[in-house]
Design a protein around this ligand. Structure first.
Ligand code: GLN
Length: 305
């Protein structure tokens, strides 16, 4: 496995020059665009890695499946689905997916910004701080690091350059889909996007989803199996934004990307994969990361189709 991963890193690194690091906030534009790393955790607990897999980066949209899981754990699938739909939008992750007069919650899903912002309102807890700490604790379990923390510079950058997300949240509020204090909900979303991880953490999270809710090392259950089916299904149809259909054809596994250049991928029953390469395509997905996953999928017959 290590040899294969080393070879794929060599083959895919040139693709980093075809993308651009995210520049909507200054902090992300500072990352070195030629980085590429991969980490794999098999269901039997074996770890393999290659490339720049020790660099840390922020979860960004890869926190969306965690927000969804927390919302499902706290409220059940029926309530969550009554708030936000499960259909692919076919539109960019920050699209204002509204008609002339109305915003229909069935037309958004938890993997686009509007849906993820609503998920922040569904976390249980007596205070905002308690709600966020519960999310952080679940994140720690999923990424296999109980010390998981926020990148303060990215968080402040998100908060200070968050006009689009503010627009989305206030629109949700005006349509009655978002309840509560909008600025507090946005703060939760910005902080959640700014949680720091590395490829190993992403692979660990993928492995928990692949094992349908059990930790890869101890087999301890973190969440019930039906929730893994819910999350993995939405990752398959919506996880790579408006590139999800093409990704399903090229790679064929549930995955979630983030504008930091990470991809968290799930091979049900077999493995979790964490990728990092910050040069993005125009949809916000890592160019070299998708190339690497496509080649890995072919070599190991990973596609579920
Ligand atoms: N923080 C980013 C945003 O809200 C996350 C989106 C992403 O990773 N695509 O715009």
């Amino acid at each position: 496995m290590e040899e294969l991963l080393e070879r794929l890193i060599e083959e895919c690194r040139p693709y980093t020059s075809l993308g651009k690091t995210a520049d909507y906030i200054p902090e992300l534009a500072k990352k070195s665009p030629e980085a590429l790393g991969v980490y794999v955790i098999g269901s039997e607990g074996r770890h393999s890695w290659a490339g720049d897999c020790r660099q840390s980066f922020t979860l960004q949209s890869m926190v969306k499946p965690i927000l969804l899981l927390q919302a499902l754990l706290d409220n059940g699938a029926e309530t969550v689905q009554s708030k936000v739909g499960v259909e692919a939008t076919g539109k960019p992750f920050d699209a204002i997916n509204a008609g002339e007069r109305t915003l229909d919650s069935r037309h958004i899903n938890p993997m686009v910004n509007m849906g993820a912002i609503v998920m922040c309102t569904l976390i249980h807890g007596d205070s905002y701080e308690e709600r966020f700490q519960r999310l952080l604790a679940l994140t720690g379990q999923l990424v296999g690091d109980s010390q998981v923390s926020i990148d303060q510079a990215v968080y402040l950058s998100e908060k200070n350059h968050g006009s689009k997300n503010r627009a989305l949240a206030y629109l949700l509020k005006s349509c009655g889909i978002l309840e509560g204090d909008v600025e507090e909900v946005l703060d939760c979303y910005f902080r959640a996007c700014s949680i720091q991880v590395d490829c190993r953490g992403l692979a660990h999270m993928g492995a928990v989803l692949a094992n349908r809710g059990r930790l890869p090392d101890s087999n301890q259950r973190v969440f019930p199996a039906p929730l893994a089916r819910y999350v993995n299904a939405i990752l398959m149809t919506c996880g790579m934004y408006d590139g999800s259909g093409e990704f399903a054809i090229r790679v064929g596994i549930p995955a979630k990307s983030g504008v930091s250049g990470g991809i968290m991928a799930v091979v049900p029953t077999r493995m979790g994969i964490g990728i990092y390469s910050p040069a993005l395509d125009h949809k916000g997905n890592s160019v070299a990361g998708i190339q690497l996953l496509e080649k890995l999928s072919r070599e190991l017959y990973l596609s579920i189709f």
